[in-house]
Design a protein around this ligand. Structure first.
Ligand code: ARG
Length: 458
């Protein structure tokens, strides 16, 4: 299609390095949609006559059906999806096909197609994240009262509720969705009509093609529109952040499923056995989600490096924008689906969580708070008193709540029997009623808000 000024065809190595069809065929839907919008506009503007517009549009629909049926052969000589579609159109309708490329270039074409593809990808991820959130909210509601150890430094810190812990991931997913939504808003301008780099002298109507393709309007600068790929980077950065969140939960599942923890039993459907150790049930799905986060971040880095230092306008380097985005998207979609399935089906072991919450002196802060509240001890002094109580409990191999009143009074005479009301893990979590705190009532309130938001599609 560009052979006019060349005496010889490309070397086979050139053909191979040049071709993007092995991966950019994924853009066929968007390519055909953008071409149909373009030719309809060319017709409406009187640039291509009605008979040719009709022939081109019908031909494009035939090609769409052929792609749907996976019937279009790949030819490296035809480089990319744009040339494949145009070439097939010529086979189907003859020379009129040559009018489709009036007032456009593959540069604005690929920028448009790829934006449309990333927009669909964002919508798919948003749906996946909403399903993930719904799974978290469902399990959080079920376990609003289930007590588990809360950790800092992975050391028992204070008791929390499992519902609260799960809802932490709901909040992360909520911000992920808002990042993808931001990316979508910025992405949603149409490059079509920017042509090769400078715009075109034809009397095109960019507002019309933008509207047909669901864009909010045309891009404002042709050089920018054909060459920048920040929309793809926005997607990859949001995907990276999202995958980091998923990998944190995945890591917790791995830890929780380990025998020393025993907080969860993994569902059969999301674990694997060992070919040598018959007792094994391995958290492979969670481990792969954890691993995929590294690959997704790698995809993001790959495109960052591709774009660094590229002069305006289009350069072929940008052809390399698609593989990392496709790869990251596939990995993220799979990770989200796997995590949603695991959250929905994971067997929690509340007795085990409670036992560990009770064994780690996790109510030490509650004892300090009691000293502050009931006998007006300054917090720093209370901290010191409780330190002695924890040491005594440790020496005796007991929990704080199991120390005799006489032992506690030996540490500080002002302590009385009402202190035992705050030393249980249930009293501890119930007392944390501050906004966003772990108290079961707080968790239930947030779950109710989350459910309402999800029902509204938020
Ligand atoms: N396959 C190319 C890409 O993905 C399409 C644009 C080609 N434009 C060009 N001037 N060679 O970037």
């Amino acid at each position: 299609m560009w052979g006019g000024r060349f005496a010889e065809g490309p070397a086979s190595i050139m053909r191979e390095i040049n071709a993007s069809i092995p991966f950019d065929k994924r853009l066929w839907r968007q390519d055909i949609a953008a071409s149909r919008a373009h030719v309809a506009m060319l017709g409406a503007q009187g640039i291509v006559d009605a008979a040719d517009v009709k022939a081109i549009d019908e031909g494009l629909q035939v090609i769409a059906a052929e792609y749907e049926a996976d019937e279009v052969p790949e030819d490296l000589d035809l480089e990319d999806i744009h040339m494949h579609v145009e070439n097939r159109l010529a086979e189907l309708i003859g020379p009129a096909a040559g009018r489709l490329h009036t007032a456009r270039s593959r540069n604005d074409q690929v920028a448009t197609d790829f934006r449309l593809w990333v927009r669909d990808a964002i919508d798919a991820v948003d749906a996946g994240l909403a399903a993930f959130q719904a799974a978290l909210v469902g399990r959080a509601e079920e376990h609003a009262d289930t007590v588990m150890p809360g950790f800092t430094h992975l050391q028992s810190a204070q008791p929390v509720t499992l519902g609260h812990h799960l809802m932490a991931y709901y909040e992360m997913a909520r911000r992920d969705r808002s990042r993808f939504a931001d990316a979508r808003t910025r992405l949603n301008e149409s490059p079509l009509g920017s042509a090769a780099l400078a715009g075109t002298g034809f009397a095109i109507d960019r507002d019309a093609t933008a509207a047909t393709l669901g864009f909010s309007g045309p891009t404002a600068n042709s050089l920018d529109a054909v060459s920048d790929r920040d929309f793809a980077l926005d997607y990859l950065m949001a995907a990276t952040q999202c995958s980091l969140h998923l990998s944190r939960l995945a890591e917790e599942m791995v830890i929780w499923a380990s025998q020393p923890f025993g907080f969860v039993t993994l569902p059969d459907a999301y674990s694997t056995g060992s070919s040598i150790m018959p007792q094994k049930r391995n958290p492979d799905a969670a481990e792969l989600v954890r691993g995929h986060a590294g690959r997704i971040a790698g995809c993001m880095t790959a495109l960052v490096m591709t774009m660094k230092g590229l002069p305006l306008a289009y350069a072929k380097d940008t052809q390399d924008d698609k593989p990392p985005v496709f790869e990251a998207h596939d990995l993220l979609a799979l990770s989200l689906a796997a995590m949603t399935g695991m959250v929905e089906t994971m067997g929690f072991v509340p007795e085990r969580m409670r036992a560990l919450a009770e064994s780690g002196h996790a109510t030490a802060t509650d004892l300090a708070d009691w000293l502050v509240r009931e006998i007006d001890v300054p917090f720093r002094e209370a901290h010191h008193i409780v330190g002695s109580a924890v040491k005594l409990a440790e020496d005796k191999g007991l929990g704080l709540a199991d120390l005799a009143l006489a032992d506690l009074q030996a540490i500080d005479v002002r302590i009385d029997a009402s202190v035992y009301d705050v030393l249980t893990v249930d009293a501890s979590v119930a007392s944390r009623v501050s906004h966003g705190g772990t108290a079961p009532d707080q968790v239930r309130a947030r779950v109710a808000e989350a459910k309402a938001a999800l029902e509204k599609g938020e």
